[in-house]
Design a protein around this ligand. Structure first.
Ligand code: AMP
Ligand code: ZN
Ligand code: FE
Ligand code: FE
Length: 278
């Protein structure tokens, strides 16, 4: 399937490997009509993305963000669309989250060291550059040091929630994440619901926190998963959203921007919800 909208994309501002300019060019070459730049805990890539998109009048850029929240025994990501990147309260919280990311990543590197897995913090910093540091940057350092074939291999054993080097993040509940996004003028959407331990009950428990939508189309979701999520979206009156979650990380199973995504009208629906909440 090839989509015209991709509402989930990362850049060098967090754990993507393309600059915002490169991402915009790639999106345009993929024939996309609208994309959301949704970096983890930062809006730093947005200005460059908007600037780059001036050369592609047929491509609309939606200002976005992805926040990580925790529920007992599980992790949930919340996407924000049409947020105001100038919002001072939002930016203050994002600074706190990014500082927490540095402490967390350093502790994970220490834990790896205790396991006899030696990566230099400097290499993690190198991969993160000026962006918000994340587990994928540690994974890249592990690949470079020869401990893994590709970044995703580092998760089951070391960096994933049940991995030996896992460290908790700055605490945020899904409801708090939604609140942050809404106070910054945006619409909140539950990311990749099928990663939850129990998708049906997970979405049910989050249905009252003010979400505008859920990702129905995502990366390599199979047709039956998409159908199930579309049904759940209808049941809770959530806008069916989605995108590729493109990082360009070098994992062999990664899909390209636009390989998957929702209908074009989704963009206007999300904007209406965002504007109505202001
Ligand atoms: P962090 O923001 O530091 O908690 O890292 C989360 C990011 O790690 C996600 O956005 C993905 O890019 C990546 N990630 C998480 N789990 C996996 C996995 N099992 N395989 C590959 N990448 C993963
Ligand atoms: Zn990521
Ligand atoms: Fe995510
Ligand atoms: Fe993502």
């Amino acid at each position: 399937m090839s989509a015209v909208v991709d509402l989930h994309l990362h850049t060098l501002a967090s754990d993507g490997r393309l600059s915002p300019t490169e991402l915009v060019r790639l999106a345009a070459s993929q024939g996309l009509k609208a994309i959301a730049v949704t970096d983890h805990d930062t809006t730093d890539g947005l200005a460059e993305a908007f600037e780059a998109a001036r050369r592609f009048p047929g491509l609309r850029i939606i200002p976005g963000i992805e926040l990580s929240a925790d529920v007992p025994g599980d992790e949930v990501h919340v996407l924000g669309y049409f947020i105001n990147p100038e919002d001072a309260e939002l930016q203050a919280e994002l600074v706190r989250f990014r500082e927490g990311r540095v402490d967390r990543a350093k502790t994970m590197v220490e834990k790896l060291g205790q396991l006899g897995i030696h990566v230099e913090w400097e290499r993690v910093q190198h991969f993160a550059g000026d962006g918000a540091v994340g587990r994928p940057h540690i994974a890249m350092a592990l690949v470079e040091a020869g401990y893994c074939q590709e970044p995703k291999d580092a998760f089951p054993e070391y960096l994933g929630r049940n991995g030996l080097a896992y460290v908790e993040r700055v605490k945020l509940t899904p409801a708090e994440a939604v609140g942050m996004i809404r106070r910054a003028g945006g619409a909140a959407v539950l990311a990749h619901p099928a990663y939850m331990n129990d998708m049906e009950s997970g979405i049910a428990s989050l249905s009252g926190i003010g979400l505008a939508g859920i990702e129905v189309h995502y990366a390599k979701y199979r047709e039956d998963t998409i159908r199930q999520l579309a049904r759940i979206a209808r049941q809770y009156e959530l806008i069916p959203c989605g995108g590729s979650d493109y990082h360009g990380m070098g994992n062999s199973d990664e899909c390209l921007p636009g390989e998957n995504g929702p209908a074009l009208e989704t963009v206007d629906r999300l904007e209406e919800v965002a504007v109505a909440g202001r």
